[in-house]
Design a protein around this ligand. Structure first.
Ligand code: ATP
Ligand code: MG
Length: 378
């Protein structure tokens, strides 16, 4: 069992906002002096920090574990204009968590000479509660299904096989051009949809190619989700009307469901057999395995320390504090191909035979007339 890792990142402020900020950061805690609540997290990053530092603090470890077969999910949460897209996607000068993770992933894989890898990527957005495929823009309104074999999955989502970081980043760029972005009073390039960038990592022991070896064809499959959420917002501040207002209400609704899911999980609802409303939004349904199950999960909570947004920042920090109490249980996802299963069974049978033969000759040697009852036919 492992806790969800929660980091907070404060975005840079204007000189004026810096003068009037009520917040103080001290180590890994953040507080308003004389205000009763003091929030403590795994990490708190101040305005001067660079994305690379945020990446190294936990996501790097999640990426490394994903190569070893553990599912991983990292998402950026926070109010509009707080720096989520800056953190996850970044700019040419300051690459975000996604490009940093992609480069690292390929680097780690190249070092691993004992296994062979197959990487696939997908990129989707949830816009007004519809799932759209950003790699195949004609695939819209995709449905979520669940099966014992695949777990929860988005039917018809394109998965591209990728062989280099550049290929992934080019595909991402293509996807970005189809993402819903709009101008609001608060953010010129406000994300109007949640995006889930996903790498699926399959690997197999190379020594399995050699028939005489003892190794088996077990295939590890893990999923790495890097999520850039749309930001919670108040219509009064964003000046949202018409389409923007409708988008805003969908965004707020799915973030509210995410908040409720995290609250329930932090109260231990799932382990006590209680109801967790994953199905109330597409976002929580898709992220269900990452939130209450088999994944290493980290949240980067983006905030602004400006006085005017103190209420929104408090509510983001409350969400993040609850997330600290959620635990997950990640395990290596190993599946066996039929051939591999047969190979493994054959090996076990041979070992059993050898053991039996050994024990038979031992008993016969001692003249034990009861030995026949130990013989098992396989
Ligand atoms: N740490 C940072 N350093 C430099 N610029 C930043 C930083 N964080 C945010 N910004 C800038 O602030 C603006 C808003 O950031 P961004 O678009 O990432 O916010 P967001 O949280 O994704 O908002 P929304 O929810 O509306 O999509 C951008 O111009 C971005 O470049
Ligand atoms: Mg954004």
């Amino acid at each position: 069992m492992e806790r969800i890792h929660v980091a907070v990142r404060a975005r840079p402020l204007s000189a004026e906002d810096t003068k009037s900020t009520p917040w103080r950061i001290s180590g890994n805690s953040i507080l308003i002096p004389n205000y009763s609540n003091k929030f403590e997290f795994d990490r708190v990053f101040g305005e001067a920090c660079k994305t690379e530092e945020v990446y190294r603090s936990k996501t790097k470890e999640i990426v490394t574990a994903a190569v070893r077969g553990f599912n991983g999910t990292v998402f950026a949460y926070g109010q509009t204009n707080s720096g989520k897209t800056h953190t996850m996607r970044g700019t040419a000068n300051e690459p975000g968590v996604i490009p940093l993770a992609v480069h690292d992933l390929f680097h780690i894989i190249q070092q691993d000479v004992d296994r062979e890898f197959l990487l696939r990527m997908s990129y989707m957005e949830i816009y007004n509660e519809d799932i759209n495929d950003l790699l195949a823009p004609e695939h819209r309104k995709l449905q979520i299904h669940e099966s014992t074999e695949r777990g929860i999955y988005v039917a018809g989502l394109r998965e591209e096989i990728v062989a280099s970081p550049q290929q992934v980043l080019d595909l991402m760029q293509f996807g970005e051009s189809h993402r819903h972005i709009g101008e609001t009073n608060m953010n010129l390039y406000s994300s109007r949809s949640h995006t889930i960038f996903r790498m699926i990592i399959e690997s197999r022991d190379r020594t399995g190619d050699d028939d005489s070896s003892n190794s088996c064809d077990a295939v590890r499959v893990s999923v790495l989700n890097l999520v850039d959420l749309a930001g919670s917002e108040r219509a009064a501040k964003t000046g949202a009307e018409g389409v923007r207002l409708k988008e805003g209400s969908h965004i707020n609704k799915s973030l509210m469901t995410l908040g409720t899911v995290i609250k329930k999980l932090s109260e231990g609802a799932e382990s006590q057999g209680g109801h967790v409303p994953y199905r109330d939004s597409k976002l929580t349904r898709i992220l269900q395995p990452a939130l209450g199950g088999n994944a290493n999960t980290a949240i980067i909570c983006n905030i602004t320390l400006a006085q005017v947004h103190a209420d929104e920042t408090k509510s983001s920090l409350q969400f993040a504090s609850r997330a600290l109490r959620v635990t997950n249980c990640a395990h290596v996802n190993e599946i066996l191909t039929d051939a591999a299963l047969l190979k493994r069974q054959k090996k076990e049978i041979e070992e059993l035979r050898e053991k039996l033969q050994g024990s038979q000759s031992e008993h016969l040697g001692k003249g034990d007339s009861q030995s026949s009852k130990h013989i098992i036919t396989v």
